[in-house]
Design a protein. Structure first.
Length: 94
């Protein structure tokens, strides 16, 4: 799993819940320190589909430090729900 500091608020919360053993959706996060490599995303999606049988996913974007003590960036980042887990739609959403 990634370091929580490399993730935006939504992904960080999801990671902390998962690590605490609290039931949460299966998934993966792309950290701020990673280069967005579509081949890697396709591989991770394939593993997610194989492990969970999912046919649709939520693609959530957020920024590291999006909700700090001096600022809130709510509404600036896009979320796409019920995106087919296979095909061009999911890669476009990412």
């Amino acid at each position: 799993m990634k370091a929580a500091g490399q993730l935006g608020g939504k992904a960080r919360s999801w990671l902390l819940l998962s690590e605490a053993g609290i039931p949460s959706p299966a998934g993966f996060a792309i950290g701020a320190d990673e280069v967005l490599d579509l081949a890697s995303v396709e591989q991770r999606l394939g593993e997610l589909r194989d492990n969970t049988g999912c046919v649709a996913v939520a693609v959530r974007s957020s920024g590291a430090g999006e909700d700090g003590s001096n600022q809130a960036l709510a509404g600036l980042f896009e979320s796409s729900l019920d995106v087919p887990a296979r095909g061009p739609e999911v890669l476009e959403a990412v």
